[in-house]
Write a protein that binds this ligand. Structure first.
Ligand SMILES: O=C(O)c1ccccc1NCC(=O)[C@H](O)[C@H](O)COP(=O)(O)O
Length: 261
């Protein structure tokens, strides 16, 4: 059943949401000992590098083709390139992801791992262990606080994704302390880095803030950092080509290195 705010979703996103609602959860309640994401961000900052969450994203509705390399190998290369954390798609129908990919990757690396999926109900939290779990404010219209609490009770660090000031207020009211501003509009699927710039000034300082989507160049990365991003979530631009080199390019996109370019 669609609600009013879903009328304006792009058809691809409506299809993602329909599939998400039908997806079963786990059989048993998970209990996670999470690797701290804020600590990993602080350690990267202390080393003078840019905190990058590199995304293992085999395909997507806005990408041509599919990357079929071993996801564990991709993940290891991203970490070798300086990724602070990894984001792993587990959505199988539109992004080529799987919970098995996430399980294998989390075993193979020691950085925090985000489960990137479209979780819409509590039982779906139990599908697989991860350090962070994505909750998209737009897709959890009524019980965001309950889902944030349910994630924390299992040991996850919830990352609440927003796209507007109004969604940010809902995320903060739900107790979110890790927030991602997605530059991709799930209504039209277009990407505008000004979205982050308009929402970020309203995010309290004690929140760990991510800029998500549409970061294609080192200049985009510096722009998001200048606007207040503690970390950058980057998929497409890292998956396109040598993932180690690509991750390294973003992880070293500091104001100092700009002078050398
Ligand atoms: O990436 C898509 O095509 C997409 C389509 C529909 C809903 C969500 C979608 N992406 C989810 C994401 O949030 C991104 O994978 C993530 O922020 C990385 O974005 P990018 O660096 O632009 O690949």
């Amino acid at each position: 059943m669609m609600n009013a705010s879903e009328d304006s979703l792009a058809p691809e996103v409506r299809s993602i949401l329909d599939a998400a609602r039908d997806r079963p959860g786990g059989d048993e309640r998970v209990s996670v000992t999470a690797r701290s994401f804020p600590d990993a961000v602080a350690a990267t900052e202390a080393a003078g590098r840019v905190p990058v969450v590199a995304e293992v994203k085999p395909t997507s509705p806005t990408t041509d083709g599919e990357r079929t390399d071993d996801p564990v190998e991709l993940a290891r290369e991203m970490v070798a390139g300086g990724a602070t954390a990894l984001s792993v798609l587990t959505e199988p129908d539109h992004f080529g992801g799987s919970v098995e990919n996430l399980r294998r990757i989390r075993e193979a690396v020691d950085v925090p791992v985000l489960r990137k999926d479209f979780v819409v109900k509590e039982s779906q939290l139990d599908a697989v262990e991860s350090d962070l779990v994505l909750l998209i404010a737009r897709f959890v219209p009524d019980d965001l606080s309950d889902l944030v609490a349910a994630a924390r009770e299992r040991g996850f660090q919830p990352l609440v994704e927003v796209h507007s000031r109004a969604e940010l207020e809902r995320a903060l009211d739900a107790g979110a302390d890790i927030v991602g501003v997605n530059n991709r509009d799930l209504g039209k699927l277009d990407v505008d880095l000004e979205t982050f710039e308009s929402v970020a000034p309203h995010v309290p300082d004690d929140v760990t803030l991510l800029a998500e989507s549409g970061i294609l160049t080192a200049e985009d990365a510096r722009r998001m950092r200048a606007a207040g991003a503690d970390a950058l979530l980057i998929g497409t631009a890292i998956m396109d080509g040598d993932v180690r080199e690509n991750t390294e390019r973003f992880a070293t996109a500091t104001p100092e290195t700009e002078k050398l370019e």
